[in-house]
Write a protein that binds this ligand. Structure first.
Ligand SMILES: *[C@@H]1O[C@H](CO)[C@@H](O)[C@H](O)[C@H]1NC(C)=O
Ligand SMILES: *[C@@H]1O[C@H](CO)[C@@H](O)[C@H](O)[C@H]1NC(C)=O
Ligand SMILES: *[C@@H]1O[C@H](CO)[C@@H](O)[C@H](O)[C@H]1NC(C)=O
Length: 240
Protein backbone atom coordinates (compact mmCIF):
# COMPACT_ATOMS: atom_id res chain seq x y z
CA UNK A 1 0.00 0.00 0.00
CA UNK A 2 2.80 2.39 0.95
CA UNK A 3 4.71 1.37 -2.15
CA UNK A 4 1.71 2.17 -4.33
CA UNK A 5 1.29 5.60 -2.71
CA UNK A 6 4.95 6.23 -3.34
CA UNK A 7 4.62 5.25 -6.99
CA UNK A 8 1.61 7.53 -7.46
CA UNK A 9 3.54 10.37 -5.88
CA UNK A 10 6.53 9.77 -8.19
CA UNK A 11 4.19 9.70 -11.18
CA UNK A 12 2.59 12.99 -10.16
CA UNK A 13 5.96 14.68 -9.74
CA UNK A 14 7.00 13.30 -13.13
CA UNK A 15 3.84 14.65 -14.77
CA UNK A 16 4.32 18.03 -13.13
CA UNK A 17 7.87 18.31 -14.39
CA UNK A 18 6.87 17.13 -17.86
CA UNK A 19 4.02 19.62 -18.21
CA UNK A 20 6.11 22.52 -16.92
CA UNK A 21 8.77 21.58 -19.45
CA UNK A 22 6.20 21.66 -22.24
CA UNK A 23 4.74 24.99 -21.16
CA UNK A 24 8.17 26.60 -21.04
CA UNK A 25 9.08 25.32 -24.53
CA UNK A 26 10.88 27.87 -26.60
CA UNK A 27 8.60 29.97 -28.78
CA UNK A 28 10.37 31.31 -31.84
CA UNK A 29 9.39 34.03 -34.29
CA UNK A 30 10.47 34.71 -37.85
CA UNK A 31 10.95 38.42 -37.12
CA UNK A 32 10.32 41.09 -34.50
CA UNK A 33 7.25 42.06 -36.54
CA UNK A 34 5.68 38.70 -35.58
CA UNK A 35 6.70 38.85 -31.90
CA UNK A 36 4.37 40.22 -29.16
CA UNK A 37 3.77 43.96 -29.03
CA UNK A 38 5.97 44.82 -26.06
CA UNK A 39 9.69 45.48 -26.25
CA UNK A 40 11.46 42.36 -24.98
CA UNK A 41 14.02 39.68 -25.72
CA UNK A 42 12.57 37.09 -28.12
CA UNK A 43 13.87 34.00 -29.92
CA UNK A 44 14.20 34.44 -33.68
CA UNK A 45 14.42 31.50 -36.07
CA UNK A 46 14.76 32.36 -39.75
CA UNK A 47 14.08 28.85 -41.05
CA UNK A 48 14.08 25.19 -39.99
CA UNK A 49 17.72 24.90 -41.01
CA UNK A 50 18.85 27.94 -39.00
CA UNK A 51 19.63 27.77 -35.30
CA UNK A 52 17.37 30.09 -33.27
CA UNK A 53 18.97 33.01 -31.44
CA UNK A 54 17.85 35.70 -29.02
CA UNK A 55 17.36 39.33 -30.00
CA UNK A 56 15.92 42.43 -28.38
CA UNK A 57 12.84 43.67 -30.27
CA UNK A 58 11.85 47.34 -30.07
CA UNK A 59 8.07 47.15 -30.33
CA UNK A 60 7.01 50.55 -29.02
CA UNK A 61 9.18 53.23 -30.62
CA UNK A 62 9.33 54.04 -34.35
CA UNK A 63 6.28 51.90 -35.09
CA UNK A 64 7.71 48.69 -33.60
CA UNK A 65 8.99 45.54 -35.32
CA UNK A 66 12.62 46.67 -34.98
CA UNK A 67 15.39 44.19 -34.18
CA UNK A 68 18.12 45.96 -32.21
CA UNK A 69 21.64 44.90 -33.25
CA UNK A 70 23.73 47.51 -31.43
CA UNK A 71 23.02 49.38 -28.24
CA UNK A 72 25.00 51.84 -26.14
CA UNK A 73 23.65 52.96 -22.78
CA UNK A 74 26.70 53.59 -20.66
CA UNK A 75 30.42 52.97 -20.51
CA UNK A 76 30.34 49.62 -18.70
CA UNK A 77 30.94 47.59 -21.88
CA UNK A 78 33.99 48.20 -24.05
CA UNK A 79 33.37 48.20 -27.81
CA UNK A 80 37.08 48.10 -28.60
CA UNK A 81 36.88 44.35 -29.28
CA UNK A 82 38.37 41.69 -31.52
CA UNK A 83 37.18 40.44 -34.91
CA UNK A 84 35.81 37.27 -33.31
CA UNK A 85 33.85 39.24 -30.74
CA UNK A 86 32.27 41.39 -33.45
CA UNK A 87 31.64 38.24 -35.49
CA UNK A 88 29.78 36.36 -32.74
CA UNK A 89 28.52 39.32 -30.72
CA UNK A 90 29.09 40.54 -27.17
CA UNK A 91 27.39 42.30 -24.27
CA UNK A 92 23.97 42.06 -22.67
CA UNK A 93 20.82 42.32 -24.83
CA UNK A 94 19.14 44.52 -22.20
CA UNK A 95 22.05 46.91 -21.95
CA UNK A 96 25.14 47.52 -24.10
CA UNK A 97 25.69 44.99 -26.86
CA UNK A 98 26.63 44.08 -30.42
CA UNK A 99 24.51 41.25 -31.82
CA UNK A 100 27.17 39.87 -34.14
CA UNK A 101 28.15 40.15 -37.80
CA UNK A 102 27.31 36.53 -38.61
CA UNK A 103 23.72 37.02 -37.44
CA UNK A 104 23.48 40.37 -39.23
CA UNK A 105 24.62 38.70 -42.42
CA UNK A 106 22.27 35.76 -41.89
CA UNK A 107 19.32 38.13 -41.39
CA UNK A 108 20.02 40.64 -44.15
CA UNK A 109 21.11 38.21 -46.86
CA UNK A 110 17.73 36.48 -47.18
CA UNK A 111 15.31 39.43 -46.93
CA UNK A 112 15.22 43.22 -47.32
CA UNK A 113 15.69 45.33 -44.22
CA UNK A 114 15.63 49.01 -43.37
CA UNK A 115 18.14 50.46 -40.92
CA UNK A 116 17.28 52.89 -38.15
CA UNK A 117 19.83 54.66 -35.98
CA UNK A 118 18.46 56.40 -32.89
CA UNK A 119 20.55 58.59 -30.62
CA UNK A 120 20.48 60.94 -27.65
CA UNK A 121 23.15 63.40 -26.52
CA UNK A 122 24.06 64.46 -22.99
CA UNK A 123 21.49 67.28 -23.11
CA UNK A 124 18.86 64.56 -23.77
CA UNK A 125 18.14 65.78 -27.27
CA UNK A 126 17.07 62.82 -29.40
CA UNK A 127 17.27 62.18 -33.11
CA UNK A 128 17.16 59.36 -35.62
CA UNK A 129 18.11 58.61 -39.20
CA UNK A 130 16.59 55.84 -41.31
CA UNK A 131 18.14 54.16 -44.34
CA UNK A 132 16.63 51.84 -46.94
CA UNK A 133 17.96 48.37 -47.80
CA UNK A 134 20.63 47.62 -45.23
CA UNK A 135 22.74 44.54 -45.96
CA UNK A 136 25.89 43.04 -44.46
CA UNK A 137 27.89 40.70 -46.71
CA UNK A 138 29.44 37.46 -45.47
CA UNK A 139 32.80 37.05 -43.78
CA UNK A 140 34.33 36.09 -47.16
CA UNK A 141 33.59 39.68 -48.21
CA UNK A 142 34.78 41.02 -44.85
CA UNK A 143 31.19 41.78 -43.80
CA UNK A 144 31.10 44.81 -46.10
CA UNK A 145 28.27 47.29 -45.70
CA UNK A 146 25.65 47.89 -48.37
CA UNK A 147 22.92 50.45 -47.77
CA UNK A 148 20.74 52.47 -50.16
CA UNK A 149 21.26 56.20 -50.48
CA UNK A 150 17.63 56.92 -49.65
CA UNK A 151 17.46 58.17 -46.07
CA UNK A 152 15.26 60.34 -43.88
CA UNK A 153 15.27 61.50 -40.29
CA UNK A 154 15.98 64.26 -37.81
CA UNK A 155 19.69 63.60 -37.22
CA UNK A 156 21.02 64.09 -40.75
CA UNK A 157 23.01 61.85 -43.06
CA UNK A 158 26.34 60.64 -41.58
CA UNK A 159 26.59 57.02 -42.69
CA UNK A 160 26.83 56.83 -46.49
CA UNK A 161 30.56 57.65 -46.40
CA UNK A 162 30.98 54.07 -45.09
CA UNK A 163 28.91 52.42 -47.81
CA UNK A 164 30.78 49.53 -49.42
CA UNK A 165 33.48 49.53 -46.72
CA UNK A 166 34.81 46.36 -45.12
CA UNK A 167 34.36 45.81 -41.41
CA UNK A 168 37.52 46.40 -39.35
CA UNK A 169 38.54 45.68 -35.78
CA UNK A 170 41.80 46.58 -34.03
CA UNK A 171 43.15 43.07 -34.68
CA UNK A 172 41.89 42.84 -38.29
CA UNK A 173 42.25 46.08 -40.19
CA UNK A 174 40.53 45.83 -43.58
CA UNK A 175 40.55 49.52 -44.42
CA UNK A 176 42.40 51.19 -47.25
CA UNK A 177 44.48 53.72 -45.31
CA UNK A 178 47.57 52.88 -43.29
CA UNK A 179 46.10 53.96 -39.94
CA UNK A 180 44.40 51.24 -37.89
CA UNK A 181 41.00 52.98 -37.73
CA UNK A 182 39.30 50.57 -35.32
CA UNK A 183 42.14 50.99 -32.84
CA UNK A 184 42.20 54.78 -33.22
CA UNK A 185 38.43 55.26 -33.16
CA UNK A 186 37.87 52.97 -30.19
CA UNK A 187 35.73 50.23 -31.77
CA UNK A 188 35.07 47.96 -34.72
CA UNK A 189 33.09 49.41 -37.64
CA UNK A 190 32.93 49.76 -41.42
CA UNK A 191 35.75 52.23 -40.98
CA UNK A 192 36.75 54.33 -43.92
CA UNK A 193 39.53 56.89 -43.81
CA UNK A 194 38.99 57.77 -40.14
CA UNK A 195 41.48 60.66 -40.22
CA UNK A 196 38.66 62.65 -41.87
CA UNK A 197 36.08 63.66 -39.27
CA UNK A 198 33.64 65.80 -41.23
CA UNK A 199 29.88 66.06 -40.82
CA UNK A 200 29.24 63.12 -43.13
CA UNK A 201 31.08 60.80 -40.69
CA UNK A 202 30.05 59.13 -37.44
CA UNK A 203 31.48 56.84 -34.73
CA UNK A 204 28.69 54.86 -33.06
CA UNK A 205 31.03 52.15 -31.70
CA UNK A 206 33.48 54.63 -30.16
CA UNK A 207 34.40 55.24 -26.52
CA UNK A 208 31.48 56.06 -24.22
CA UNK A 209 32.44 59.44 -22.79
CA UNK A 210 30.88 62.89 -22.29
CA UNK A 211 34.21 64.57 -22.97
CA UNK A 212 33.87 65.16 -26.72
CA UNK A 213 36.69 62.89 -27.93
CA UNK A 214 37.63 62.24 -31.56
CA UNK A 215 37.15 58.57 -30.78
CA UNK A 216 34.07 59.07 -28.64
CA UNK A 217 30.52 58.27 -29.78
CA UNK A 218 29.31 60.95 -32.18
CA UNK A 219 27.22 61.57 -35.28
CA UNK A 220 28.59 64.24 -37.65
CA UNK A 221 25.28 65.87 -38.57
CA UNK A 222 23.99 65.80 -34.98
CA UNK A 223 26.55 67.88 -33.15
CA UNK A 224 29.60 65.86 -34.21
CA UNK A 225 32.57 65.32 -31.93
CA UNK A 226 31.74 68.31 -29.71
CA UNK A 227 28.31 66.94 -28.78
CA UNK A 228 29.00 63.30 -27.93
CA UNK A 229 26.17 60.80 -27.68
CA UNK A 230 25.03 59.19 -24.45
CA UNK A 231 22.74 56.65 -26.11
CA UNK A 232 22.83 55.06 -29.56
CA UNK A 233 20.91 52.12 -30.96
CA UNK A 234 21.06 50.50 -34.37
CA UNK A 235 17.95 48.60 -35.49
CA UNK A 236 16.77 46.72 -38.56
CA UNK A 237 13.24 45.99 -39.71
CA UNK A 238 11.89 43.70 -42.40
CA UNK A 239 10.52 45.60 -45.36
CA UNK A 240 6.88 44.82 -46.14
C1 LIG B 1 25.17 47.33 -53.04
O1 LIG B 1 24.65 46.16 -53.67
C2 LIG B 1 24.08 46.41 -54.92
C3 LIG B 1 23.54 45.10 -55.45
O2 LIG B 1 22.67 44.53 -54.52
C4 LIG B 1 25.15 46.97 -55.87
O3 LIG B 1 24.56 47.29 -57.11
C5 LIG B 1 25.77 48.21 -55.25
O4 LIG B 1 26.85 48.67 -56.07
C6 LIG B 1 26.29 47.94 -53.87
N1 LIG B 1 26.75 49.17 -53.26
C7 LIG B 1 27.93 49.30 -52.69
C8 LIG B 1 28.23 50.64 -52.13
O5 LIG B 1 28.73 48.39 -52.59
C1 LIG C 1 38.03 45.35 -48.73
O1 LIG C 1 39.05 44.39 -48.55
C2 LIG C 1 39.53 43.87 -49.76
C3 LIG C 1 40.47 42.71 -49.42
O2 LIG C 1 41.48 43.14 -48.55
C4 LIG C 1 40.21 44.98 -50.54
O3 LIG C 1 40.68 44.48 -51.76
C5 LIG C 1 39.22 46.09 -50.79
O4 LIG C 1 39.85 47.19 -51.41
C6 LIG C 1 38.57 46.55 -49.50
N1 LIG C 1 37.48 47.45 -49.80
C7 LIG C 1 37.40 48.67 -49.31
C8 LIG C 1 36.26 49.49 -49.77
O5 LIG C 1 38.23 49.11 -48.52
C1 LIG D 1 41.78 49.51 -28.59
O1 LIG D 1 42.42 48.30 -28.23
C2 LIG D 1 43.70 48.13 -28.80
C3 LIG D 1 44.23 46.75 -28.41
O2 LIG D 1 44.20 46.59 -27.03
C4 LIG D 1 44.63 49.26 -28.31
O3 LIG D 1 45.90 49.16 -28.91
C5 LIG D 1 43.99 50.60 -28.65
O4 LIG D 1 44.77 51.66 -28.11
C6 LIG D 1 42.58 50.70 -28.12
N1 LIG D 1 41.97 51.92 -28.62
C7 LIG D 1 41.45 52.85 -27.81
C8 LIG D 1 40.92 54.06 -28.47
O5 LIG D 1 41.41 52.72 -26.60
Amino acid sequence: MLALAFLIKVYFIYELLRSSKVSSARITFKSCGEAPAHSEIYWIRLSETNAPFQVFCEQEKFGGGWLVFQSRYDGTTSFNRTWNEYKYGFGDLRNNFWLGLDKLHQLTSVANYDLLISMANYLDFMAYQKYENFRVDGEDKLYSLNVSEQNTGTAGESLLAYNGANFSTFDKDNGQITANCASEMGGGFWHHDCRIQTKDRSNVNGLHSDRGLNNGIWWGEFGGINEPLKHVRLHIKLKN
